[in-house]
Design a protein around this ligand. Structure first.
Ligand SMILES: Cc1cc2nc3c(=O)[nH]c(=O)nc-3n(C[C@H](O)[C@H](O)[C@H](O)COP(=O)(O)OP(=O)(O)OC[C@H]3O[C@@H](n4cnc5c(N)ncnc54)[C@H](O)[C@@H]3O)c2cc1C
Length: 384
């Protein structure tokens, strides 16, 4: 077994870390306070090839694999999860186009995202549909050579800044079987009947954009169907191994950010005439945080490596990585605030922001409860 990242991966890590320390950390509090989308940081990230890292080279992307992407996400989130999310998720939804799209769709939609000239999203959740994706009710009906789409999508990342969305719709309500009759359809934000309402007041990742999408008789050409009609749900499920590994990497990044800041502060802050880091109670917290961080990182990298190897499906491992890394992110951020004492309770220090940001990793891309359900189901050999 070789646990050594390649020279190229180490180089990638240090380049992203340098970018994150210079361009993200200094402005993180400002964007968080204002709930402002970081357009200027995105522009710089595009020059570094950090946007939508998975887009293949022939479509202008960096063509990074899941492990490379995990390293990028880890470093971005260690600096700031809010802006890190905006960069790493600016091409959310393009996985479907890369995997199932026609050549024409790839040529039209991928290069602008890779260049930072367009932003995309994946619209699955609805006001009444979250964990149970198979209840999606947004309806797409064929009318001549167009799809007519009606419904509401909720909590959609990049919703009010995005140029297009891969929308999961019900196309055949009569289809047999719970997972059939869904299709993925590209909807451009400038279509008549499309409206996005930004959601403000989020607990964390406040620089990121989240919106409710209202689709009222939105017409798109039939060529906007991605992949096979009726197979949208199953197509969507294909990406969870990779995207959940991505959220695990977010958790690793947050835990790393928290563990590093806690160590730093514990060496600077003195009480009772000595650095607080010399007290055993604090040393134990630091030891736990750094040990759990390493465990989460190894689980996440193994999941990424398995997806990249393309062998047997790694659904169980991806859910384990997502569940564990998000849990230790929340715990590490909590201890980071604790080690900062009163200073951890205000946004002069990053500890407060990490504490708020960490929680989302236990909610999106399938909650903690859903990950445990998947792990148990896989253990019992029950599958979907
Ligand atoms: C900031 C943010 C960004 C998001 N971005 C996107 C996006 O880009 N695209 C998108 O489509 N969605 C997005 N989401 C939605 C996200 O994926 C959902 O919020 C998540 O899947 C949970 O769904 P829900 O909120 O409807 O909760 P629910 O499904 O209603 O769950 C509520 C609670 O019940 C529990 N629960 C539900 N079912 C079970 C069960 N079978 N067993 C045990 N417990 C259960 C859950 O774990 C949770 O604790 C985003 C959400 C947020 C907050």
């Amino acid at each position: 077994m070789d646990f050594e990242p390649s020279e190229t991966q180490e180089q990638l890590r240090s380049e992203v870390r340098r970018f994150a320390n210079n361009e993200i950390r200094p402005v993180a509090t400002e964007y968080d306070r204002a709930e402002k989308y970081p357009w200027d940081v995105l522009e710089e990230g595009a020059e570094m090839g950090l946007l939508a890292p998975q887009i293949p080279i022939e479509y202008g992307g960096a063509g990074y694999d899941v492990l490379d992407t995990a390293i990028i996400i880890e470093e971005l989130f260690a600096a700031d999860p809010g802006i890190g999310f905006c960069l790493s998720a600016s091409g959310f939804g393009t996985e479907a186009i890369i995997e199932y799209g026609t050549d024409a769709q790839k040529e039209e939609f991928l290069p602008p995202v890779a260049a930072g000239e367009a932003i995309s999203g994946a619209a699955i959740s609805e006001p009444d549909v979250g964990s149970d994706v198979s209840s999606v009710s947004t309806r797409a009906e064929k009318d001549g050579d167009e799809w007519v789409i009606n419904g509401t999508k909720m909590w959609i990342s990049n919703g009010s800044v995005g140029d297009f969305f891969v929308v999961l719709c019900k196309t055949d309500p009569e289809a047999d079987g719970r997972y059939n009759g869904f299709s993925q359809i590209i909807v451009e934000a400038d279509r008549d009947g499309f409206e996005a309402e930004k959601i403000t007041g989020k607990l964390g990742i406040r620089a990121s954009d989240t919106a409710e999408l209202l689709l009222d008789d939105v017409r798109v050409p039939e060529e906007n169907l991605v992949g096979t009609e009726g197979m949208g749900f199953l197509q969507q499920m294909q990406f969870f191994d990779a995207t959940r590994t991505g959220v695990a990497a977010q958790g690793v990044g947050i835990a790393k950010g928290a563990a590093e800041r806690a160590l730093e502060y514990s060496q600077e802050r003195e009480q009772f005439g000595q650095p607080i880091g010399d007290f055993q109670a604090i040393q134990h917290k630091l030891a736990d945080m750094h040990t759990e961080l390493e465990a989460a990182r190894q689980l996440t990298y193994k999941s990424a490596w398995e997806v990249d190897s393309g062998g047997s499906p790694n659904t169980k491992l991806a859910s384990m990585a997502k569940e564990y890394a998000s849990r230790i992110a929340v715990e590490a951020a909590n201890e980071c605030v604790q080690i900062h004492g009163g200073s951890g309770y205000v946004d002069d220090f990053d500890a407060e922001r990490l504490y708020r940001d960490a929680k989302i990793t236990q909610i999106y891309e399938g909650t903690t409860e859903i990950q445990k359900m998947i792990i148990a189901r896989e253990l019992q050999g029950k599958g979907l």
